[in-house]
Design a protein around this ligand. Structure first.
Ligand SMILES: [Zn+2]
Length: 279
């Protein structure tokens, strides 16, 4: 393999390095004979062209309402993973998002690396945000996206037990926090989205908001339909073993082929326990 080929594979791999199995951790369920309950999702195996758009780190007093306007015009529901201290500053923005049918998830109070904190400190981060969301919307969140996607397996388990949260990661990452421009953000999302994808974006960057009309239009023209993360999870169907696909389809399929940059059969299986710059 040439150096340039290696570099290409490497850079593409970086774009989608966070691609993980749909459920990378499970609660053992040997005693009650029930199927294992997934603790974490980076995508969902669904029987239809459904995807979830997610927006982290808001609400932004200026940008989130712009996003809500364009989502309302297109009648699209998304999921916001909000930072508690931003909710406290802009509760009316979160209230509007919930009122308009969007899902609100917990993204911690101050965006720390949960994997490096004590349980007590993590608990405070999550509890304060849970309360801020409930105060703004009237409802408790049921989803957590850990900042940077960083969380230990042990934390996933006790947080699921104590808060009832599902841990939501992502499989499509346009690296919009680097502010590469709206066209690049759009192209990266459209190129990498599959049926069942959970798409990561941030409603605190102007270019991300600017990218959304074209991104939504192009995904819809490819046949994708937008749902909230909880709706996507509720559509999950069991994965059945099938021959490894070596080529990607050009239309939404129910499968979840290997990502570009990965070779067949090498769907990444690492667990996210160290911080990445995103999330
Ligand atoms: Zn974040």
């Amino acid at each position: 393999m040439s150096v340039s080929r290696l570099l290409l594979v490497g850079s593409l791999g970086f774009l989608t390095f966070s691609q993980l199995p749909a459920a990378d951790e499970s609660v053992p369920a040997v005693e009650n004979n029930k199927p294992a309950t997934p603790l974490a999702f980076s995508w969902v195996h669904v029987d239809g062209p459904y995807v979830a758009l997610t927006f982290d780190d808001g609400p932004s007093a200026k940008l989130t309402p712009k996003l809500l306007d364009l989502l309302a015009a297109r009648q699209i529901k998304v999921t916001f993973f909000v930072i508690g201290q931003n909710v406290a500053e802009n509760p009316e923005v979160v209230a509007r998002a919930a009122r308009e049918g969007h899902e609100i998830g917990n993204h911690s109070w101050s965006h720390p690396n949960l994997a490096k904190m004590s349980d007590e400190a993590v608990r405070r981060e999550l509890q304060k945000t849970d309360e801020a969301i409930r105060s703004a919307t009237g409802n408790r969140p049921t989803l957590l996206r850990p900042p940077y996607g960083s969380i230990t397996t042990r934390e996933k388990k006790w947080i699921a037990n104590e808060f009832g949260y599902k841990i939501i990661l992502w499989d499509v990452d346009p690296l919009d926090w680097k502010r590469p421009g709206s066209t690049v953000v759009c192209n990266r999302i459209v190129r990498n989205t599959r049926a069942g994808s959970i798409i990561l974006a941030h409603d605190i960057h102007p270019g991300t908001i600017e990218a959304m009309p074209a991104t939504i239009d192009q995904l819809q023209s490819k046949g994708f339909k937008f749902v909230t993360v909880s709706q996507l999870i509720s559509m999950a169907v069991p994965e059945t073993p099938k021959p490894v696909e070596s080529k990607r389809g050009h239309t939404p399929t129910t499968g979840h082929p290997a990502s570009p940059g990965s070779t067949v059969n090498d769907r990444p299986t690492h667990s996210i326990s160290s911080p990445s710059p995103n999330g």
